[in-house]
Design a binder for this molecule. Sequence first.
Ligand code: NAD
Length: 493
Amino acid sequence: MVRLESLPETGTVQNYVGGEWHTPTGSDGQDVIDPATSERLASVAFSSADDVDGAVRTATDAFEEWSERPVEERIQPLFELKRLLEGHEDELAELLVREHGKTRSEAKGEIRRGIENVEVACGIPSMMQGGTLLNAAPDIDESAVRKPLGVFAAVTPFNFPAMIPLWFLPYAVATGNSFILKPSEQDPLVAQRIFELIDRAGFPDGVLQLVNGGVDTVNALLEHDGIEGISFVGSTPVAREIYATAAANGKRVQAQGGAKNHIVVTETADLDFAAEKTVGSAFACAGERCLANDVVVVEESVYDEFVETVVSVADSQVVGSGLDGETDIGALITPEHEQRVRNYIETGIEEGADLLLDGRDVSVDGYEGGNFLGPTLFGDVTTDMVITQEEVFGPVLGLMSVEDVDEAIGVLDRSDFGNAASLFTGSGSDARKFRHRTDIGNLGVNAGTAAPMAFFHFGGRKDSFFGDLHAQGEDMIHFYTDKTVYIERWPDT
Ligand code: NAD
C-alpha cells in the first residue's frame, strides 16, 4: 500500500471537493496495482452522479468570487504551486513510477513538462488581454475583452497521469474559471498527491476539485448542466464519443485521441543519430505514449544499413523496474494491456512481417509478477498490415522500405491518425516537402519525438483529435474564455 496524507487506512482514493477530502460514494471501483510487482497500492471507489453534482455546485459557487478577483491575485497560488511541485519532484516521481511503471527519469521528465504549464499560465495577465481600437467608427472606440465562463472539467488518460492534468488545470483557473479533474482510474495517486499540494497553495476552496471514477462518472460530467466545457485525452473511440456527447449537451469540447506515428529516414540522414532517436521514440515509457513513433519508413538505398543499426541499439535496451536506475523500458500498465500488445505481435507474425527482435521472452529477476515486454522489431512491414495501421501502445516497432520521400509522405497520408511524425534528413528540400504536404499536428525534423513545449499548443489531426482548440499555451486561453465587444461613444455635452 502507498501512504499519502489524504488516504485513509482503507487505502481508498479520495475526492477533493470544497477544500475537503471525501470518499466517493458510487457502487463500482477497482484496485490500483503496481505494474512492476502486482502489489496493490490503493483502491479507487468511483464517484456517483450525486458526487459529481456536489462537485459542480461547489465549483459554481466558488466561480462567483474567483472570477472577480484581480488577475494578479489569481496567479499567486500558481507561483506557489510551481514551488511546491518542484520541492516534491522526487517524491512525485517515485509515486508515478510505482503506479504507472515508467522509469524514474521518464517520471521526472513528465513532472517537469507539467510544471512548464504552470509557469506559462502565470503569464495570463499578458496572455489574456483583448484588443482596443480607437476611432473604429466616427467618435467610437471599440474593445474586445476575454471573460471566464464558469466550471470546466478534464478527463485524462493513464499514460501521463501527472502532466496531462496540468495541460488544462493551471490555465482554467488563471483565466478565472473553476475546474474539476477526473483522472484515470488506473493510476490516480499522483493526481491525489498533486491535489494535496494544491490544498497548500492558497486557492480558495471550491476553485479546484478532484473527482475519481470511471465511465459513469464521466457520463455524469458530460450530462451536468453546470459544466461549460470538457477537455478529454484518451483513446480515439472514447474521444469521438465524448466529442459528440459533450457537443450535443451544449458544451465546449476538445477531445484528443490515439495515434499511429511515423519516422521517415532519408539517405542523407545521419543514420546512427536517427537510429538512436528512433529507439528512444518507440520504446520510451514502454511505447505507451501518444507521441511514440512506431513505424519507420526508410529510403531503400539505406534500408539494410539502418535496420542493422536500429536492431543493435534496440537490443541494448534494459527492461526492468522503473525504480532501477539501469532500466530503459519499464512495465506495461496492466496484464490485460500486456496481453493486447502480445496479440499484436502474434498478428504481425501471421501477417508475414519479419520478426527481427522478439521481446516476448523477457524476464526480470525479482519482478516475476510484473507486466514486462522487451523491445520487439519487425522488418518489411507494409501499409496493409494491422500492425502498421492500429495503435499498439507497447514496445513494438515496424520498419518499411520506400523508394523516396514522396512515397514516404504517401504512407503517412494513408494513416487514419495525424498526431505526430518525424523526419531524419540532411536535405532542406525533403524537410520542406514534409512540412508542407503532411496533415499531422506535431512534426519533428531530426528530432525523434515531436513534443511541443508548454508555450505551444499540443494536438493532432484526423482521428487523433476532435475539436478546434488544442491543449497547452494560447489555445487554452481561447478555450477557457469568451470575448465580449464594447462599443463606446462619449459625445461632448
Ligand atoms: P481511455 O480512452 O481508455 O481512457 C481515458 C479516460 O477516459 C479515462 O479517464 C477513463 O476513465 C475514461 N473513459 C474510458 N472509457 C470511457 C468511456 N467509454 N466513456 C467515458 N469515459 C471513458 O485511454 P487510456 O487507455 O487511459 O489512455 C491511452 C490512450 O490515450 C491512447 O490511445 C493514447 O494515444 C491516448 N493519448 C492521447 C494523447 C493526445 O494528446 N492525443 C495523449 C495521451 C494519451
